[in-house]
Design a protein around this ligand. Structure first.
Ligand code: SAH
Length: 236
């Protein structure tokens, strides 16, 4: 009981001006706090907004009901159609790279379950997220609405970005591309940051940070080796 009260107080304080989503204390809150300490804080995730978002978003609502027990373990889980929800550490890592803050406009490519979008939204960002499978898009949209997260979901090919909403302060790609899609680079605001896994399905993949400075010069930086599902093309 004591830890549940602590969660509520912390959540209320840190999120005075953030969306209501995530303030709810649910029956899995203690597990979630433990997940954050064990797999994120002790593994070097530092950004306060990222950690707070990870403490509030109910990951168990984003996984299939039969896998709910495993929702707070540090591993990816299948979400149907051969796709996965990333492990919590990777979600937190990608979130920390783009440093979401209140009012930032962020594009996500690869909505999947909607979990990463919810985390970015809980950190205060306005999120636009694109998913190539109609079925995943509609279930993520329904889920995000039900849970009260500010995210606009669209069925589309994320290789093309979301030109009507560009430019974005940050872009988070959650499927592995063979190269950085030019449209995404173009839709990144000067001063903005993108985080994207680059590599092949069976070969090496690396998480890459792409920064565009005020003059429009692009710098890339290797972050860490990863294993993502591949970026697809052609609507499904
Ligand atoms: N961010 C998700 C995990 C996504 S897994 C979450 O938090 O649950 C990668 C997702 O990218 C899958 O749902 C896959 O269908 C989607 N995807 C693959 N290629 C895509 C593309 N070209 N455009 C948009 N989505 C794509």
């Amino acid at each position: 009981m004591r830890s549940l009260i602590a969660v509520f107080v912390l959540g209320g304080l840190a999120f005075a001006d953030a969306p209501d989503a995530g303030r709810v204390v649910d029956s899995r809150a203690a597990e979630r706090l433990e997940m954050v300490e064990r797999y994120l804080v002790s593994e070097g995730i530092r950004d306060a907004a990222t950690l707070q978002a990870m403490r509030t978003v109910p990951r168990h609502e984003f996984v299939p009901p039969n896998l709910s027990d495993a929702a707070y373990e540090n591993r990816p889980l299948p979400i149907g159609l051969g796709q996965t929800i990333s492990q919590p550490y990777i979600v937190a890592y990608q979130t920390e790279v783009v440093r979401p803050r209140t009012g930032m406009k962020i594009l996500e490519v690869g909505t999947g379950s909607g979990y990463q979008a919810a985390v970015l939204s809980a950190a205060g960002a306005r999120v636009f997220t694109v998913e190539i499978f109609a079925e995943l898009e509609s279930s993520a949209r329904t889920r995000l609405e039900r849970l009260g997260y500010r995210a606009t979901v669209r069925h589309g090919d994320g290789n093309l970005g979301w030109p009507e909403e560009a430019p974005f302060d940050a872009i988070v790609v959650t499927a592995a591309a063979s190269h950085v899609p030019p449209a995404l680079l173009e839709q990144l605001r000067p001063g903005g940051r993108m985080v994207i896994p680059v590599g092949s399905m069976f070969g090496v993949q690396n998480l890459i940070q792409v920064e565009k400075d005020a003059e429009g010069t692009v710098r890339t930086r290797y972050l860490l080796p990863v294993a993502f599902v591949p970026m697809l093309s052609g609507l499904r």
